[in-house]
Design a protein around this ligand. Structure first.
Ligand code: ADE
Length: 263
């Protein structure tokens, strides 16, 4: 998979080089290009925004800068700042890598048309289901808006050529789309086969069966006077499964009753 991010703060995307994503870059499963929107600004001040029509506070990002930037990045005419992995990992497989599946190639959904994702608090809510679907894409372009957003015609125009999704990561307002891209990129890429060492570790994630994941425990058996639940030491897989399911349901009822009503 290739991810391209267009932003006025390229350094914000540096964390994508680290940890699991850095490892995916190193394995050749993932490529990440970061592009500075100002490279497409044409005036001496390199301005990317202007006052909104109709008045009001804040600034709106200009279509005349975003249009050419998106076209160049979507068509692969700009490679941008190609992120490399922050640290070498391949010589040191983690314990869960040893049981992992290997990378089996891409199964993109729409040929050579990239998926364009525009993070905005006014978008559709990002979900695990979207992350799962988009983990099959070959090429995703993220367009990070700042200020009061991007001139809406940029999205309208792009929709004539690409598949476009305006997406929110939650009911709160960030300063811009960069952090939302970090969130979505991590949620999407961890589901690409070969990125997580142990494939079954995401099959049991919260949300993958519509419920929150229950609590987990490791050694020691007793810590600061707190015991690991007996059932987990019983060796009875059926009982353990039943207990985990009940814990999941209980947690979901308490914390996210809306998830149960959706079923
Ligand atoms: N940009 C600003 N706030 C955002 C949010 N909640 N989700 C996605 N992009 C954003």
């Amino acid at each position: 998979m290739r991810l391209d991010v267009i932003t006025i703060f390229p350094e914000y995307l540096e964390p994508l080089r680290h940890a699991l994503l850095g490892k995916a870059i190193e394995k050749g499963i993932l490529e990440v290009g970061v592009h500075n929107l100002r490279d497409w600004a044409t005036d001496v001040h390199k301005s990317v925004d202007d006052t909104p029509y109709g008045g009001g506070p804040g600034m709106v990002m200009k279509p005349t800068v975003w249009g050419p930037a998106l076209d160049d990045v979507a068509e692969g005419k700009s490679v941008g700042w190609q992120l490399d992995s922050a640290q070498p990992h391949v010589d040191k497989p983690r314990r869960d890598d040893l049981t992992g599946r290997s990378f089996e190639g891409y199964e993109g959904e729409a040929g050579d048309k990239p998926l364009l994702i525009v993070p905005t608090p006014a978008g559709r809510p990002f979900t695990q289901e979207m992350a799962r679907r988009w983990s099959n894409e070959d090429h995703i372009v993220f367009a990070c808006g700042r200020y009061e957003g991007i001139d809406q015609r940029v999205v309208e125009d792009a929709a004539n050529r690409y598949r476009v999704e305006e997406v929110s990561i939650g009911d709160y307002v960030l300063i811009g789309g960069e952090v939302a891209v970090l969130v979505m990129a991590e949620a999407i890429t961890r589901l690409i086969p070969g990125v997580l060492g142990n494939a079954s570790s995401h099959e049991e994630d919260s949300f993958s069966d519509g419920l929150l994941e229950g609590p987990s425990y490791t050694k020691p058996r007793e810590w600061r006077g707190l015991e690991v639940p007996d059932v987990l030491l019983s060796g009875n897989h059926k009982l353990v499964e039943e207990w985990r399911r009940e814990q999941s349901l209980q947690r979901t009822r308490e914390r996210r009753p809306d998830l149960l009503r959706q079923e």
